[in-house]
Design a protein. Sequence first.
Length: 178
Amino acid sequence: MPSEMTSIVLMGPAGCGKSTIGSLLRSKLHGCFIEGDTFHSIHNISKMSSGVPLTDDDRQPWLERIHSEIVKARLSSQSTPIIVACSALKRRYRRVLARPPNADTLFVLLDAPADILEARIRQRSDHFLPPSMLQSQLETLEVPLTGVENFLIVDATLHPDEVVARILAGLKAADSVS
């Protein structure tokens, strides 16, 4: 499957399934799973809970903490795939996550229509982000660029097992090319 030292960042707006797919991938790949939401500051969580979008300055320390956690995971488990759930909405955020030693990072955009995302957000009771924040995230999202970023786009409306199967197929195809 993925080559040694691969980092897989499951990205996209709230409700796209990052945590669900991340847990399933961790099990399939026997990898390390990093839940990006756990690295938000209390200040960021409070802002989002109140319906206030985060700024780039708010996000920078959060992204740095996630990057540090990826580096720690790489050092402690040399050949284990590292799976990260992180919105990574902008290219500049993805550049932070893919800084060395994470240059081989694969970004997987879990793509779903706004109405599906909103319904999923409304169904969950254990998350700080209210449905009113979704539009801001969709407006912020910069789709990865072909030739600039290493990425897959996967239909997140599919059953989670099918989403995982498509990610694994994409990893296998990428490994056979490299």
